[in-house]
Design a protein around this ligand. Structure first.
Ligand code: IMP
Length: 480
């Protein structure tokens, strides 16, 4: 089919249009000035979004900061919860009374019945989606098109993405990233390479040929390099046909639904996955995930403008953990690290891998807060530090004789920096279950205050157990 003519085919055409528009606006302004009576306002003539306090929750370390509990706690007061990046590599554990819910892909709001949305910035594995919905329904959670929607322009994770993730990791030797093996990277690569199959394609499987040509041209060459057979197109179409209706039941232009929700004055909670140090731009590259995990992605990954992001709540553990490979300056490979891991139950929700543990790194969290515009921090798992005689906080780095107050960009420098520590007395009392500052030992309060000073960001809340109610609230992120 021939392309339709462009309305402004040349730069001169565009320039002319802009000049005409400027002239028209100038003349409208002139006549408005001259006209008697009430002044007509171009600005106020279109109904603006009502500005409600939205909240964006992001991890400010390497993920696993305890976002699930905080999001669940906030979700009970939100009208919609939106996932905007990542895929089923995320692991959110929610504890509600006796029930433990483990989510990887679905927004945490689904457990409370809050409208839950998967935004366009997510990469969606349709089979993982079906498994997770089936599991949650088995736990009594209601999931239907009333309370759950998926962006129709969301890119899909397909079976050969998972294969490629594994093949590349196996072949990478010392360069292994330690991915979750869910096909996240290859799916994002196809999206940016403009060969992804998206949710909306499931409604047009008969029109998939050109996209499949692009996809197989790329992947078959890669697969041949690994000694793998070409993609079986018929099988792929059959698999997609089998799952299509299941996904399409929830598919829609979610930017439109969110616009409506926002116009109605509802509160939106954006739920980040992973953490800022795994951000593809700002994290410990190349040991990162393949999406932007910073707060700004909430807008692009859901189809709302940047003003919708609202209060940015960064989640930080009172110490540090990381799964997978990559630099970790405060890592403790001794009995203290072991103790943090055991007390904090530091095993991955998705892969079950043991997490690496270390002291709180204020340099990293300060950097995460800066690049992500964090308004306030939720400090989690404070109780894991109970009973230590002394506690350390990293306040800077030494690199080849120089003192650094930031984390350098190059992975070799990141691996070489030596942490500079400040030491504080610990506390022997338990902080588990505390619900107000008055319940905390004086030393624990001193620790929180010192963390706050060093990261140059206020602490908005402190979480003292996996239970929803065990939270010390200092500033409510949802207060207008
Ligand atoms: P990928 O996202 O599976 O490609 O993995 C890339 C890196 O991000 C690996 O180091 C993973 O361990 C890490 N990662 C991905 N998702 C999470 C998460 O939810 N929590 C912590 N680390 C994660």
């Amino acid at each position: 089919m021939a392309d339709a003519p462009h309305p402004n085919p040349s730069p001169e055409g565009e320039g002319l249009y802009l000049r005409n528009l400027a002239a028209a606006l100038a003349s409208a302004a002139k006549s408005a000035k001259a006209a008697p009576g009430p002044r007509w306002s171009f600005w106020g003539s279109v109904q603006q979004d009502s500005i409600m306090a939205n909240v964006t929750v992001i991890g400010s370390q390497w993920g696993d900061e305890g976002k699930g509990k905080i999001v669940d706690w906030l979700a009970s007061r939100a009208d919609a919860v939106v996932r905007f990046q990542g895929g089923h590599n995320a692991g959110h554990t929610l504890v509600v009374g006796e029930q433990v819910y483990k989510l990887s892909l679905l927004p945490s709001g689904i457990v409370t019945g809050t409208l839950s949305i998967i935004g366009n910035g997510v990469v969606l594995d349709p089979w993982a989606l079906r498994d997770e919905i089936t599991k949650l329904r088995g736990q009594g959670v209601a999931i239907n098109p009333e309370n759950f929607a998926i962006a129709d322009n969301c890119a899909l994770i397909l079976p050969f993405h998972r294969d490629l993730d594994a093949l590349r990791e196996t072949a990478a030797g010392a360069g292994k990233i330690g991915t979750t093996g869910r096909g996240i990277g290859p799916a994002y690569e196809d999206k940016v390479g403009r060969r992804a199959i998206r949710v909306c394609d499931l409604a047009h499987l008969d029109k998939l040929e050109p996209q499949l040509d692009r996809l197989t041209a790329h992947h078959d060459a890669l697969r041949a390099g690994f000694g793998e057979p070409p993609i079986d197109r018929e099988r792929l179409i059959a698999d997609l046909t089998e799952i299509a209706d299941y996904v399409l039941e929830y598919a829609q232009p979610v930017w439109k639904r969110l616009k409506k929700v926002r116009k109605a004055g509802a509160r939106i909670l954006f739920e980040g996955a992973q953490g800022v140090l795994l951000d593809v731009d700002h994290g410990t590259y190349p040991f990162v995930t393949s999406s932007n995990t910073v707060s700004g992605t909430a807008a692009a990954g859901s189809g709302l403008g940047p003003s919708a992001v609202g209060f940015v709540l960064g989640i930080a553990k009172a110490y540090t953990t990381r799964v997978g490979s990559g630099p970790f300056p405060t890592e403790l490979e001794d009995e203290i690290g072991q103790r943090l891991g055991e007390r904090g139950h530091e095993f991955g929700t998705v892969t079950g891998r043991k997490r690496r543990c270390g002291w709180f790194d204020a340099v990293l969290v300060r950097q995460s807060c800066a690049v992500s515009g964090v308004t306030g921090i939720a400090l989690t798992k404070l109780d894991v530090l109970d009973g230590f005689d002394t506690i350390r906080i990293c306040t800077g780095y030494r690199l080849r004789g120089k003192i650094l107050d930031y984390f350098p960009a190059h992975s070799a420098d990141q691996a070489e920096v030596e942490p500079i520590y400040e030491e504080m007395d610990g506390w022997q009392e338990t902080t588990a279950g505390a619900r107000s500052y008055a319940d905390l030992p004086a030393q624990a309060i001193k620790y929180i205050q010192r963390v706050q000073e060093l990261i140059e960001t206020p602490i908005a809340l402190v979480s003292t157990s996996p239970e929803r109610e065990d939270t010390i609230l200092i500033r409510d992120p949802f207060s207008d």
